[in-house]
Design a binder for this molecule. Structure first.
Ligand SMILES: [Zn+2]
Length: 119
């Protein structure tokens, strides 16, 4: 779809639009969101609407939180191994992950999935 520059004076912003940039030189174009398919008004180069942008940010935060919990569980297992006076098998140690006890194999699977390494 060819993007069309719009006179914003008569526009009433919705939650999908970016009214804060409408006054800019290339700030008020009619765009179609590549995610939800709805029309929104914002900078010429924008590809997703404001609603979808926030939704994506929320998802990113959730993903990051998950990664942090996974790192913490891995750290807990390594810490157990370090604290032991004899050599422990890292795969036999457990840590809390997703509210369940998870051993080294389980964590390795989760990390592979997070990094997209699983085949
Ligand atoms: Zn959208």
């Amino acid at each position: 779809m060819k993007k069309v520059k719009v006179n914003y004076e008569w526009l009433v912003p919705t939650s999908r639009d970016f009214p804060a940039e409408w006054h800019e030189e290339n700030g008020c174009y009619m765009c179609r969101c590549s995610q939800c398919g709805y029309i929104f008004y914002g900078r010429k180069r924008r590809v997703v609407c404001r609603d979808c942008m926030f939704e994506n940010m929320e998802q990113m935060l959730k993903d990051n939180e998950r990664k942090e919990i996974l790192l913490k569980a891995t750290y807990d297992i390594l810490k157990k191994c370090e604290a032991s006076s004899y050599v422990l098998n890292v795969f036999e140690q457990t840590a809390l992950w997703d509210n369940a006890e998870c051993d080294g194999y389980c964590l390795m699977d989760e990390i592979e999935e997070e990094l997209g390494l699983d085949v």
